[in-house]
Design a protein around this ligand. Structure first.
Ligand code: SF4
Length: 364
């Protein structure tokens, strides 16, 4: 599927960049005719022996990505973009060109860590300018403020629709598996094509219909394995609130900030996102955000779903467990790799968790 999408974008004269998780200025790439294709692994076993160049106690996202790139998986792409998400990806930025056979341009993007402040905005702006320069060399086109404004507006529309689908999901006919497959197509579709699919999906919201089952909140990194949603569905539960880094945490919170200069607007955007441990968000703010999301969604329990060996996600787990214990909220902690299917033990724990909630909340 991605191969065809890439081929189509190339026919349209666009370059392709493979982008590692999580946060990057997609608007800038769009404005410069660079098609972003995100690489979250990929899932399944590593595609070659080069995963062994990284220690076995590093997450599967980084190990699989190196194996994929080293085995020629990114041969159709023109460049690699590695955000400074964590130590593992920082290492990959060196390993992929040095040992992974990646000979095309490899760009780095340092997104801000911590909370909003003038120096951080200035820092983001300088990172954006540096990346714009590299993309310009890749495409042979100069940055264009008008096109950047259009790309920002386009992405804002996409984010609004994604937010609507997540917050109104109880009124959709599609199940969670189909909804998440749609949302994840945004990882590789050209933004206008993704927008058209989202508009179509939003038209399917029917206020008169409301989903039955146990509503759950999920916080974590990336919804892999995707069979998680089939398991929840079969057990009689659904995701009522999403705090995945790959999904809900990439939808900006409402804001009045409307800087005229497009690069200034882009410099502010990271601070409008929900708090995320990969951006070293303030723990107090994050716990308040998670509690608010949980309460508003009417969830009956929380699933903390993180990748094995993921340092940023693991850092916040003790605080999450403590906060939700204080709320009297049932919590299930699931650690998974990038398996194609949910491991049997994790599936059993998930089913037992939902069964337990059915007894606690029989009216659902
Ligand atoms: S899963 Fe965690 S440790 Fe691995 S690349 Fe992502 S943020 Fe980094």
């Amino acid at each position: 599927m991605r191969t065809e999408v890439i081929a189509r974008q190339k026919e349209l004269g666009r370059k392709t960049a493979i982008v590692l998780p999580v946060f990057y200025p997609r608007e800038l790439l769009t404005a410069m005719d660079v098609h972003a294709v995100e690489l979250w692994g990929p899932p399944g076993p590593p595609r070659g022996p080069d995963s062994g160049r990284i220690q076995s106690y590093v997450c599967a996202v980084a190990r699989n990505a190196l194996a994929f790139l080293a085995s020629g998986g990114g041969k159709d792409a023109d460049a690699l973009l590695i955000p400074h998400t964590c130590d593992a990806l920082q290492g990959l930025a060196t390993l992929a060109p040095d040992l992974g056979g990646w000979e095309k341009p490899a760009f780095r993007y340092h997104h801000p860590k911590g909370e909003d402040r003038p120096s951080a905005r200035k820092f983001v702006r300088s990172e954006l300018e540096a990346l714009a320069g590299e993309l310009s060399r890749l495409t042979g086109k100069p940055p264009d403020a008008g096109r950047l404004r259009e790309a920002i507006a386009l992405q804002a529309k996409i984010d609004r629709l994604r937010g609507t689908l997540l917050s109104r999901r109880a009124y959709l006919e599609t199940d969670d598996g189909a909804l998440y497959r749609l949302l994840r197509r945004g990882e590789y579709l050209w933004p206008e094509d993704h927008l058209a699919e989202l508009e179509d999906a939003v038209r399917g919201i029917r206020e008169g219909r409301r989903r039955s089952g146990i509503p759950l909140m999920v916080t974590g990194y990336v919804p892999e394995p995707m069979t998680l949603f089939d398991l929840l569905d079969a057990a009689g539960a659904y995701v009522a609130a999403d705090d995945y880094a790959a999904i809900g945490r990439r939808i900006p919170l409402p804001s009045e900030d409307e800087d005229a200069d497009p690069l200034d607007r882009l410099s502010v955007l990271p601070f409008r996102l929900p708090p995320c441990p990969t951006r070293s968000a303030d723990l107090v703010r994050r716990m308040a955000y998670l509690e608010g999301l949980y309460r508003r969604s009417g969830s009956a329990g929380l699933v903390v779903h993180i990748p094995k060996f993921c340092e940023p996600e693991s850092f916040d787990v003790p605080a999450i467990l403590q906060r939700f214990a204080g709320l009297g909220a049932p919590v299930l902690l699931l650690e998974t790799g990038l398996e194609k299917e949910m491991p049997a033990q994790a599936a059993t724990r998930l089913e037992a968790f939902v069964e337990n909630l059915k007894y606690r909340y029989p009216s659902n």
